[in-house]
Design a protein around this ligand. Structure first.
Ligand code: 6PG
Length: 237
């Protein structure tokens, strides 16, 4: 039985991000203290960028950090839509994480299927069956998370860690719901009034997980929802 989520509503986006920095840094330190390394899967989109910038200013055990992505657009690394490009510019290029510990999605491969299969191998090999220590996620206005979009085939994939997602016909590479749930700590970062409707559906006691895929995320470990007041208004009684 998955533990119940920890939900925090912060006054504004800045407070949300300050809290997320504290929570993520604490979990990085705890993972390294307990197991000698921390494996973290990063979210894309715009919300986490200031978090990544703030983490880059900290003194964290960079030698022991292993970076993965929860999802990636099927674009080159230098493309403006690349999640890896955003994280490298905001954070990873500013700190001395050993390059071999930054596990980029190989979007240079000649098809999304090939990229997903290669990344599945990377994730399985690097984790060796261990859970991810930290998974960072956002949600879209439509209730997607990572690149698990409503009513797409990726939602039903359970026999591998990585599959091909589909956003309006644009291919994505995404961790599967079981892979995201095989983690010690999932942290959702959600900001803005535009997320209220999806949040209400995600938190509804009854609902369609395939209509609002973030409902599929019920990790074996901790589940944190860090919201700003605009997004969190959805949860007010
Ligand atoms: C992506 C993300 C995606 C994102 C949400 C929220 O590749 O776009 O992984 O799942 O987290 O769409 O995006 P914002 O933070 O920009 O609202």
């Amino acid at each position: 039985m998955a533990p119940s989520p920890s939900i925090e509503i912060h006054p504004d986006r800045a407070a949300l991000l300050a809290r997320s920095q504290q929570l993520v840094a604490e979990h990085i330190q705890a993972a390294v203290a307990a197991r000698g390394r921390c494996t973290i899967a990063l979210a894309g989109g715009s919300t986490p960028k200031p978090l990544y910038e703030s983490l880059g200013q900290m003194d964290l055990p960079w030698d022991n950090l292993h970076i993965f992505w929860g999802d990636e657009r099927y674009v080159p690394l230098d493309h403006p839509d690349s999640n890896a490009k955003m994280a490298k510019v905001a954070w990873l290029d500013q700190v001395p994480i050993p390059p071999e510990q930054i596990h980029l999605v190989p979007t240079e491969l000649d098809s999304p299927v090939a990229a997903a299969a290669a990344y599945d191998h990377t994730v399985q090999t690097q984790l060796g069956g261990e859970p991810l220590d930290i998974v960072l996620l956002g949600i879209g206005d439509d209730g997607h998370t990572a690149s698990l979009f409503p009513h797409t085939p990726a939602l039903a994939v359970g026999d591998r860690a990585v599959t091909v997602g589909d956003k309006d016909g644009n291919p994505r590479i995404t961790l599967t719901a079981p892979a995201l749930n095989h983690s010690r700590c999932v942290v959702f970062l959600v900001s803005g009034a535009n997320k209220q409707s999806a949040l209400a559906q995600i938190f509804a006691p009854q609902g369609d997980d395939h209509a609002y895929p973030a409902r599929l995320i019920r990790p074996h470990g901790e589940l944190w929802w860090l919201l700003d007041a605009e997004a969190g208004a959805a949860l007010k009684p």
